[in-house]
Design a protein around this ligand. Structure first.
Ligand code: AMP
Ligand code: MG
Length: 406
């Protein structure tokens, strides 16, 4: 049996970033850059006006000067005029500064009299001019390999004329629900049967982790059927199965995986819920065999599979930092394992406190649905009084952009 930390380390060591693919810039949101991105030119590319106003020569026009307006410079055109002493040029934001000018006086600091202007302020050399290269120099690294692409990164790339960008490939993740009792959506309910909820839930979780789910047909608890489906799943970058991984008569997943040549790295993790999880590898595929119980399946996915998929997708920090939160009520954990406790986070005065989100037995999905986070209570812990500070893994506002949903 592995501790939680051992299990996560073993998994992350096996999950290497995948290869590179080139995508359109518009499709790069949420992807991870595969290479450093170098600026091909200075940004701004030329000195330009930061305001709507008049371009002037600061040194020869004290406050009160009256200047002849010679020319109009909107954005989007080269500055074809050259400013001579005693003159000004009307200029709009973003327009190149004409030669001879060294300052922009905004409209609000100017009085217009026909085709001349009077300065109400003393112009200052360099004022309201965005200097060439002041943001980026040609040859500067704009964004490092490993950067997650968001709107700001897309702005940088677009302004450097990139229309496509190399990113790490999204992991393709096969999902296999196993069990004789499972029905597919739309099938007729029958005594003893239940609808497969792990399949759709894990497919959504895969997508949320930035990967591409491939849902396989449900496999029955029968070695031949399992073998065929697992074999197909092993062709993906990762295979996530649920159920059939404990010690029951029908728990065949590990055995069939072994027959197919998968090398088991660990079986059982010292956590509650989620203990029977197994992890195996082939040369091409990471295989996560999750417990069947829906709460255990989703929690083991969140804590142990998601980081692996993020690493495969190129994220430099695949695990999520926990935050320290005060318990708002006493907790009686299982002393023999690390407890993953479903909690709501409540604001009481100026403090965030963690309260149980409801009954903690593994069978209760509702208490996972209304949880804001998972309190990680270390193994060997006796009763914790209210006021104890614990680590909480947030289930909200992850800051990702989802995966295949785009
Ligand atoms: P097992 O790991 O096969 O012993 O399953 C543990 C529990 O999870 C049993 O109550 C199963 O019926 C339930 N279960 C297994 N697979 C699924 C699934 N895909 N969707 C919903 N419940 C499941
Ligand atoms: Mg079963």
């Amino acid at each position: 049996m592995a501790t939680f930390e051992e299990a996560r380390d073993l998994i992350l060591r096996s999950a290497a970033p995948l290869g590179v693919e080139v995508v359109e810039l518009a499709d790069s949101l949420g992807r991870v850059l595969a290479t450093d991105q170098i600026s091909v030119w200075d940004l701004p590319m030329w000195d330009n006006s930061a305001m709507d106003g008049y371009a002037v020569r600061a040194q020869d026009c004290p406050v009160g000067s009256v200047l002849q307006v010679r020319g109009f410079l909107p954005a989007g055109r080269a500055a074809e005029l050259s400013l001579v002493a005693g003159s000004a040029a009307k200029i709009l934001t973003g327009a190149p500064i004409p030669s001879g000018a060294d300052c922009v006086v905004p409209f609000e600091s100017i009085e217009v009299h026909g085709d001349s202007v009077r300065l109400l302020v003393q112009p200052v050399t360099g004022a309201h001019i965005r200097k060439q290269g002041s943001d980026l120099r040609a040859g500067d690294c704009i964004l490092n390999a490993g950067t997650l692409v968001g709107p700001t990164e897309i702005a940088f790339l677009a302004s450097s004329a990139r229309s496509s960008v190399p990113v790490i490939r999204r992991p393709r993740v096969a999902i296999l629900s196993t069990g004789d009792e499972l029905l597919m959506p739309g099938e007729q309910l029958a005594p003893g049967r239940i609808f497969d909820s792990n399949g759709p839930a894990l497919a959504a979780a895969v997508r949320e982790a930035g990967a591409i789910p491939i849902t396989l047909p449900i496999a029955r608890d029968d070695p031949a059927a399992l073998r065929q489906q697992l074999q197909q799943g092993l062709r993906a970058d990762a295979l996530v199965t649920s159920a059939g991984v404990s010690t029951g008569d029908r728990d065949l997943v590990r055995e069939v995986l072994r027959d197919l040549g998968a090398r088991e790295v660990f079986w059982k993790v010292d956590i509650q819920p989620g203990r029977p999880m197994a992890f195996a590898v082939t040369d091409e595929c990471c295989v996560f065999s999750l417990p069947g119980n829906p709460v255990a399946a989703l929690l083991t996915f969140e804590m142990l599979v998601r980081p692996a998929l993020r690493r495969m997708g190129g994220h430099l920090r695949p695990t999520q930092a926990t935050r320290r939160v005060t318990l708002g009520e006493p907790v009686q954990p299982r002393p023999d394992r690390m407890t993953l406790r479903r909690v709501r986070l409540e604001q009481i005065d100026d403090q965030t406190v963690a309260m149980s989100s409801g009954r903690q037995a593994t069978g209760f999905v509702r208490t996972l649905a209304c949880a804001d986070g998972i309190a990680l209570i270390p193994s060997g812990t006796e009763t914790l009084p209210a006021g104890t500070v614990v680590d909480v893994h947030s289930l909200r506002q992850r800051g990702d952009f989802g995966g295949g949903a785009q």
